[in-house]
Write a protein that binds this ligand. Structure first.
Ligand code: 5GP
Length: 140
């Protein structure tokens, strides 16, 4: 059965997309640790980093850096937590490889990543659109 992220990528389940590229997509986490929390997901459905095809793997760093930059621009965050849970014992709940990019603010005490939510669909859409526009401005 397809993972929940494949179902989002294929449009079966709604997603707030910031990025749709040949090998990678990025969309907002439905339960953000803080507003703007992004998931960077390969289209290839593999659970673990070592299973990822070489071409996708080669692009990972560039997409992470661009998304990090867009997040800083849009949220004004002081830092970004970039996190990969590479297997269930590391806390991975969705068995489809994904990087978390979490905006961090001074004193947020979010080291344990308690999940929150968006106040409304409109608020989430504003965040999605702002991040997508910022990403377009960030050089690859
Ligand atoms: P993990 O624990 O596997 O590292 O993270 C899975 C993440 O996927 C969680 O942060 C969770 O909020 C997010 N998530 C789970 N289901 C959905 C969904 O249907 N849509 C979106 N956008 N995010 C989801």
């Amino acid at each position: 059965m397809a993972s929940i992220f494949t179902r989002i990528i294929e449009g079966e389940i709604p997603g707030s997309f910031i990025l749709k590229q040949e090998r990678w997509v990025a969309f907002l986490d439905i339960n953000p640790v803080s507003p703007g929390h992004i998931l960077l997901v390969p289209r290839q459905e593999v659970a673990l980093l070592p299973e990822l095809d070489g071409a996708s793997l080669a692009e990972t760093g560039a997409w992470l850096a661009r998304l990090d930059c867009a997040l800083r621009q849009v949220t004004g965050c002081a830092a970004v937590s970039v996190l990969l849970r590479d297997g269930p014992v590391a806390g991975q709940e969705v068995p489809h490889l994904h990087w978390h990019l979490i905006p961090r603010h001074s004193g947020d005490r979010a080291h344990h990543f308690a999940s929150g939510s968006y106040a409304s669909d409109e608020e989430r859409e504003r965040m999605r659109a702002a991040l997508q526009a910022a990403l377009d401005r960030v050089q690859g």
